[in-house]
Design a protein around this ligand. Structure first.
Ligand code: AMP
Ligand code: MG
Length: 322
């Protein structure tokens, strides 16, 4: 299979990063809730990015990584305690490391889009991570203007298949797969929901109302015949739900509160290839393909529509009419 080595290296790294995130959440979340600061997020974000960038920089030194975080703040003297925490959590997963190594790995994620590059969201769904809900570790490889490999680690996701914590993987042309993230079971090929499966004709949207337009999303879902209330979920776990056939549609329409917001590539790249390889379709709200290769921000796309494919045209028609 093409990209076999890329997939293997990335998979190991995402699983290691997921372990770090779970450890941070177990050991720090209560403290953070009391202080109501965001320390577990930053510690887990930085740690996850360090682990994944280390693996990518060692195996694919010429590939830039466009990651969400950088270590500029973490290097400042006031942050030395935080850096020590991050270093300790990283060491807990991959063995002895120094603070300098950690900041260097994090800054490996400061790359720019190129003919071949990776994009990484070390923790997507920050708010879900803090709330004890869904979050994802999202990594994708883009080459020659197309998504080639995508991985979505969802440590807290349970889609009703008997295990909590799922890893989604996809390689262009080779299908999409789902497996328990703790390695306790085999990878199985996944497929989007088929036309006519009314029971699973659900739609998913963000938990955060300000990341979408719930009123319009509701209207569009109704217009295409979805009668059940939405399932609200943080992070790209929503792409996992569509890819596995647990929902037929994920709508993310621009929030009226933030009309100038542009979606970031790391918030969608991994999820998009997983859904496409499961047989679904991903476009912006005007039916345009998402541009994952020009810049970190998708400046020429507005909104995101993710579907099982069969209802995509109807969704576009509904969007035009509202
Ligand atoms: P979700 O968990 O699906 O709500 O998405 C989380 C992501 O939403 C974060 O990683 C942010 O990058 C992104 N985000 C932040 N503000 C907005 C906004 N106004 N509209 C859409 N997405 C946003
Ligand atoms: Mg994100």
């Amino acid at each position: 299979m093409a990209y076999e080595n890329e997939l293997a290296i990335a998979q190991k790294a995402v699983i290691a990063a997921a372990k770090l995130c779970q450890t941070v959440r177990q050991s720090m979340v209560m403290e953070a809730m009391e202080k109501s600061d965001k320390s577990p997020v930053t510690v887990a974000d930085y740690g996850s990015q360090a682990i994944i960038c280390k693996a990518l920089s060692e195996s694919f030194p010429n590939d830039p990584v466009v990651g969400e975080e950088d270590a500029a703040e973490l290097r400042s003297p006031e942050m030395s305690d935080r850096l020590a925490q991050v270093t300790q959590f990283v060491a807990g997963v991959i063995g002895q490391v120094t603070p300098d190594q950690v900041t260097q790995w994090i800054d490996h994620g400061n790359g720019a889009p190129a003919n071949r590059f990776w994009t990484l969201d070390p923790i997507d769904g920050t708010k879900g991570f803090l709330r004890g809900d869904q979050y994802a570790i999202a990594l994708a490889l883009i080459e020659n203007g197309d998504l080639k490999v995508g991985l979505l680690g969802c440590p807290a996701l349970d889609l009703g298949y008997g295990s909590t914590g799922l890893l989604f993987t996809a390689v262009r042309g080779a299908g999409a797969y789902m497996q328990p993230i703790d390695g306790s079971g085999e990878a199985t090929r996944i497929q989007v929901v088929q036309a006519g499966d009314a029971a699973r004709l659900r739609f998913v949207e963000s938990m955060e109302a300000s990341h979408g337009n719930r009123e319009q999303q509701d209207a569009v879902a109704k217009a295409v015949g979805i009668t059940q209330a939405s399932v609200r979920m943080d992070s790209q776990a929503k792409y996992g739900a569509v890819a596995a056939g647990n929902a037929a549609l994920y709508l993310r329409l621009p929030s009226p509160k933030y009309p100038d917001y542009r979606e970031k590539i790391w918030d969608h790249a991994a999820g998009a290839i997983v859904v496409e390889e499961a047989g679904g379709q991903v476009t912006d709200m005007y039916g345009k393909p998402l541009d994952f290769y020009t810049a970190a921000k998708m400046n020429d796309n507005r909104g995101v529509v993710v579907s099982n494919g069969t209802i995509h045209d109807a969704v576009m028609a509904a969007l035009k009419s509202i």
